[in-house]
Design a protein around this ligand. Structure first.
Ligand code: NZQ
Ligand code: ZN
Length: 394
C-alpha cells in the first residue's frame, strides 16, 4: 500500500426533506448574499426550487439566480457567473442540480476571485490559489460525485476541449442529499449516472499497487451495490431505499476514500472526455462504451490478467477457470456488457452515431501527438487507443 493523506471536509446531510435545512445551514456558515445556480429547469418542475427559496427567505438569505447550466457545462456560463458574483458581491454559492451545475459553481467560485479568464485554470495558465467563494450543493442526480470531490470538469465550446482542474478548496462546505429528489430522474439519466459511479470505482480498482485489500473490498462493495440497485430503480423509480443506496454509493465512489494508498487509472475518463468534448453525449454513456472495449484490449496482456480475473470473480460472480484465466476475464467483460445493455445503456459508438472520423485526433490528444503513451493501469500508445476505439465501435 502507498502512503497517503486523506482529508475530505465536505459535510454530508443525507435523508428525506433535508433540502429544507439549506437556509439554516447556510446561515451557520455566515452566508448572506448567495448565487443560486441550477440547470435547465428540472428543479422548477419538481418544486424543489420553491422549497429552497422558502428556506432561504426564512433564514434571511438574499440570492441571485443563475440558471441554464447544460450537461457537459460550458465555460461561457462560468465566465458570466464569475462576473455576476463580482457585480453582486456574492459571499456564498449554492449549486442545486447534478455534476454539471456543481462543476460550474466550482469554476465560478474560483473565477469570481480571479482577474483573468476562468479558462486559465483549465488550460494551466493560472494556478488556483486560496481565493475562492465557498460553495454548498443540493444534489439531484447521483453520478459525478462532484458533491464531495475536489475537481470540476468544463467544456470550452470554442476550442472543443473538455477538461478539469482541481483544488482541495473546491470541495463543497456541505452537500444536501435527499434520495427522494432523484425519483424524477428518467431511466436513461439514472443509468448514465450509475455508470459514472461504477467508472469512478473502476478507475481506482484497476491499480498497479499491491496489498490494497481493504480498498479492493470497498471498491467491490460499491460496485455490487450499484449493480444490485440500478435494475430495482429502473423498475421502481420511487423505491426510496434503492435510490438511497445508489446516492450514497455515488459519493463514496468519488470522495477519495476507496482510492487511498493505490495508483489509479483514469484512462477511460480521459478518453470519454475526448468523446463528450467533441460529440456532447452524456458522460456515463461514453463510459459505458469505452470501459468494456478497454478491458477487451487489455485482456491479452499478462500484467493485466490477474486484476481482470479478480474483477470477473469478485464483482460479477464468474467462477474462476484455472485452466483458462482468459475465459474468466472474457466472461466478466460479457457480464458487464449484458448489464449495461439490460439497463438501456449504449455499448458501442455506432449506437450514439459516432463514426471513426476523430479517432486519430482523439488518440493524438491523449498521447501528445503519439510522443508518449497515455498512462494508467497499462500504458497505451496511440495505436492502442485507436484499437480500443475500433473495439468500441463493434
Ligand atoms: O438541467 P436540469 O434541468 O436540471 O436536468 C438535468 C440534466 O439534463 C437532469 N437532472 C438532474 N437531476 C434531475 C434531472 N432530471 C430530472 N430529475 C432530477 N432529479 O439530468 C441531466 C444531466 O445532469 P448533469 O448534471 O449533466 O449530470 P451528471 O451529474 O451526470 O454530471 C455530468 C457532468 O459531470 C462531470 C462530467 O464530465 C459531466 O460534465 N464530471 C464531474 C466530476 C467531478 N466534478 O468530480 C467527475 C466525473 O467523472 C465527471 O467527469
Ligand atoms: Zn466520471
Amino acid at each position: 500500500m502507498d502512503s497517503f493523506v486523506f482529508q475530505n471536509a465536505t459535510k454530508i446531510i443525507f435523508g428525506k426533506d433535508t433540502e429544507k435545512l439549506v437556509g439554516s445551514e447556510l446561515k451557520k456558515e455566515g452566508a448572506k448574499n448567495i448565487l443560486l445556480i441550477y440547470g435547465g429547469g428540472s428543479i422548477k418542475k419538481s418544486g424543489l426550487f420553491g422549497r429552497v427559496e422558502a428556506s432561504l427567505k426564512e433564514n434571511g438569505i438574499g440570492f441571485t439566480e443563475l440558471g441554464g447550466v447544460v450537461p457537459n457545462p460550458r465555460i461561457g456560463l462560468v465566465r458570466e457567473g464569475s462576473k455576476l458574483c463580482r457585480e453582486k458581491n456574492i459571499d456564498f454559492i449554492l449549486a442545486v442540480g447534478g455534476g454539471s451545475v456543481i462543476d460550474s459553481a466550482k469554476a465560478i467560485s474560483f473565477g469570481a476571485c480571479y482577474d483573468g479568464d476562468p479558462w486559465d485554470f483549465f488550460s494551466g495558465k493560472a494556478e488556483p490559489g486560496e481565493n475562492r467563494i465557498p460553495l454548498a450543493t443540493i444534489l439531484t442526480i447521483p453520478a459525478a460525485g462532484s458533491e464531495a470531490s475536489d475537481s470540476c470538469v468544463i467544456t470550452n465550446e470554442e476550442l472543443n476541449i473538455k477538461t478539469h482542474f482541481a483544488s482541495p478548496l473546491m470541495r463543497p462546505v456541505f452537500s444536501i442529499m435527499n434520495p427522494e429528489l432523484t425519483f424524477s430522474l428518467p431511466p436513461y439519466q439514472t443509468a448514465c449516472g450509475c455508470m459514472d459511479i461504477m467508472a469512478h470505482v473502476m478507475e481506482r480498482y484497476f491499480t498497479k499497487t499491491s496489498h490494497v485489500e481493504l480498498a479492493d473490498r470497498l471498491c467491490e462493495s460499491v460496485l455490487k451495490t450499484v449493480i444490485h440497485n440500478l435494475p430495482i430503480v429502473l423498475k421502481e423509480p420511487e423505491n426510496y431505499d434503492a435510490r438511497a443506496e445508489i446516492m450514497w454509493a455515488g459519493t463514496i465512489a468519488h470522495n477519495d476514500l476507496i482510492g487511498m494508498g493505490r495508483s489509479h487509472c483514469w484512462f477511460n475518463h480521459a478518453l470519454e472526455h475526448q468523446i463528450s468534448g467533441y460529440y456532447d453525449i452524456p458522460h456515463g454513456a461514453g463510459l459505458a462504451i469505452t470501459f468494456p472495449a478497454w478491458m477487451k484490449h487489455l485482456s491479452s496482456k499478462p500484467e493485466c490478467q490477474r486484476r481482470l480475473c479478480q474483477f470477473a470473480t469478485n464483482v460479477w460472480g464468474v467462477e474462476y477457470n484455472y485452466d483458462n484465466p482468459l475465459d474468466t476475464i472474457m466472461q466478466g467483460i460479457e457480464r458487464l456488457y449484458s448489464f449495461e445493455k439490460a439497463c438501456g445503456l449504449p455499448v458501442s459508438l455506432n449506437e450514439v452515431s459516432i463514426g471513426s472520423e476523430k479517432f486519430e485526433l482523439m488518440a493524438d490528444n491523449l498521447t501528445g501527438g503519439g510522443k508518449h503513451p497515455a498512462w494508467g493501469f497499462y500504458p497505451l500508445e496511440k495505436s492502442d487507443i485507436i484499437e480500443i476505439l475500433k473495439l468500441a465501435s463493434k
